[in-house]
Design a protein around this ligand. Structure first.
Ligand code: A3P
Length: 281
């Protein structure tokens, strides 16, 4: 088990997803002021936001999201596969994704302050989604859900502690360039969320275009999108693992009452200094 993970800047990472050469690549990466970064703890709605941002930037034209995989349109800066793409030469604005904590960003990030969209989700649902996602061959077998719960609450999972992740981004020094949004807000009102993203990215879009984008980003429509069924993806994991249920509150089907209580107690303790009001509180 230990062999599959490394500890980097105090955070557990999967060796196969984040080998030394991709960490070096990430550390040396030169971000520019026009770059857009989608930052998330895993399973918080990354693919969803990548899709929304792609459509918002091209004015609702579905061609790009139907023909170019999210992994290429909004590559994760810290993952191996990215070294193969020529990231520097993409047209502006370049969109990147990251699962890294705020304090792990490369030096250039703090120089140029690119726009960041930080998506967060009820950690009990993140836990649930992550548990199911651990069927992926590049992750350690999760064990039973209660074993995985122990690891999750202690940050002994790929990308570390959910609590540390969220706190790092909420406590960022320079918050003017960060937009915070939650999975639950996307779920409750997708069109309003599209509007919020468009405004943040300074894209003027007609009402009907935003309507179309929201429609395109519905769970079923994304799940059916052939681009996610491609060979490159299914080699790692079948697409249903990225589009599993897509609902709020699925933790109730996994956590026993006493586990949920324990989760809440840990949450209350770890989040006690955080002033942000989360939609799930
Ligand atoms: P579940 O496992 O709870 O279904 P990420 O993209 O960060 O890996 O997050 C994956 C989670 O987002 C999965 O959650 C997935 O089903 C959900 N998801 C992806 N696209 C979605 C959409 N369009 N609407 C709602 N949920 C979506």
């Amino acid at each position: 088990e230990a062999e599959l993970y490394i500890k980097y800047k105090g955070v557990y990472l999967s060796k196969s997803m984040n080998p030394p050469q991709s960490l070096k690549y990430f550390e040396d990466f030169t971000l520019g002021p026009d770059d857009i970064i989608i930052a998330t703890y895993p399973k918080s709605g990354t693919h969803w936001m990548q899709h929304i941002v792609g459509l918002v930037l091209n004015g609702g034209d579905p061609t790009s999201v139907d023909t170019v995989h999210n992994w290429k349109r909004a590559p994760w800066l810290e993952q191996t596969s990215m070294i193969a793409f020529n990231l520097e030469e993409r047209p502006s604005p370049r969109v990147f994704s990251t699962h890294f904590h705020h304090n792990m960003m490369p030096l250039s990030f703090f120089d140029v302050n690119p726009k960041v969209i930080y998506v967060m989700r009820n950690p009990k649902d993140v836990f649930t989604s992550y548990f199911h996602f651990h069927e992926a061959p590049f992750l350690v077998k999760p064990g039973s859900s209660s074993e995985f719960l122990h690891k999750f609450l202690n940050g002994k999972v790929s990308y570390g502690s959910w609590f540390d992740h969220v706190k790092s981004w909420l406590n960022a020094e320079n918050k003017q360039h960060i937009m915070y949004i939650s999975y639950e807000e996307l779920s409750a009102d997708l069109k309003a969320s599209v509007a919020k993203v468009a405004e943040f990215l300074e894209k003027r879009l007609d009402d009907e275009v935003m309507e179309k984008i929201a429609e395109k980003c519905l769970f079923e429509n994304m799940k059916e999108n052939k681009i996610f069924h491609s060979e490159v993806v299914s080699k790692y994991l079948d697409h249903t693992k990225f589009f599993r249920k897509g609902v709020v509150g699925d933790w109730k089907n996994l956590l026993a009452a006493e586990e949920a209580e324990h989760f809440d107690a840990v949450y209350t303790d770890k989040m006690k200094d955080v002033e942000y009001t989360f939609v799930w509180d």
